[in-house]
Design a protein around this ligand. Sequence first.
Ligand code: ZN
Length: 418
Amino acid sequence: MSREISIQIASAGEAALVGQIAPQLRWMLAATAAQRQPQAIASEIGDALAYAVDPQTSRLDPSLGWSLAPDQEFKPSYRELFGMYLRDLDAPNPAVDWVPATSQERRTYSDNTLEFADRQLERKRNPDLELFGIESLPGVAGQLRPERFLTPYRLIRTQADVQLQQELWADSRTTYRGRPVDRVIAVHPRMLAHLANLQGLRRAAPGRLWLTIPDFRVHVRHHRGHTVAHWAHRIGRALSADGELGLLGCGFELMTLLGRHSAALSFGPHIADSRAMKTRGGPTPPFGYVPRVHDWVAFDKAHDVVAHLSTGRDVRRVYCPDPVCISQFEAVGPARFADAMFGMARRGRVWFPSVPARRAQREHALRARLRELALLELSPRDLIRTIENDAAASPFSVAALRLAGWVMILRADEHLAA
Ligand SMILES: [Zn+2]
């Protein structure tokens, strides 16, 4: 199956890096980024780059904690975004989970998000273009239009949310200015086992349906993670049976579980921040991505291991199979390579990646993410064997154990599915 692969863009900085390293990829542009930095992002969009905008409407629900500042007001960028989404509707009240009440309200709300996705980059760019007298260049405006749209979605945590989401789908257009409007379903991991009537859900969302499961990785790695994975697999299979399934915000676990059922997939570049995990007490080291275990490892541990490797082959086996990393290692030697990748500076009680290490990590993590896509080409059996070998060969014992645990879940799930 040929798949549409998009990379999620959450800032102009990410856009620039992705444009440099993976210019061939589609973008799934975060609405917050389009809202905050329209000009910078518009200028990163090259010729005919295909993109869509993730409307991020689930963040309208303040109880999810994404959109509120410490003073319990909406953060300014969200306030402006929601202001555009809720034009001609009630203004959002930070204390309340806003829900459109009538069919007319749902249509207005949906149309506002479509309008935002369609025009946000262009709207802010036009004055620049006019300044240089090039606003009339043929095709310029067209290049800044998304190729498709995503409907507003809320995070499904109760049966009532399922009902609300279906009503929103029903009152949203299926095409907008000649381009498809895809449906999105965002399911909380704990709700996966309770989604009833998947066929009905699929019928209510014709065309491409994007599935997103926030914090899937965290939940499958807790006890009873196998049940979460099992239900996700059932849902993915059911939703992909009668139409295209897209995976929105797809991490390594969801990709290895459901990737082969998907027609489209969007994934984060791993470059937003290397401080992926927080530990309690004591200085927190930054974490870097170790592609061999598909996981994050603390800088100090990674430095210890990598500084003691001797050949490029060791780097491939233990740390990263990317030729760029291997040739850098061979060029500068183990100690300098480890310093460049995992150098740290301390401010107060907090350790930060050094400036060169931050840059090196961002590029390495993005390349690693792209290489992981090759796993989608493997059969389920080869995929499991490959990951199993990666786990067995790794000196990063905690991450390797976690990966081995995930392999066991995949294997059990494969049995159940067969
Ligand atoms: Zn690498």
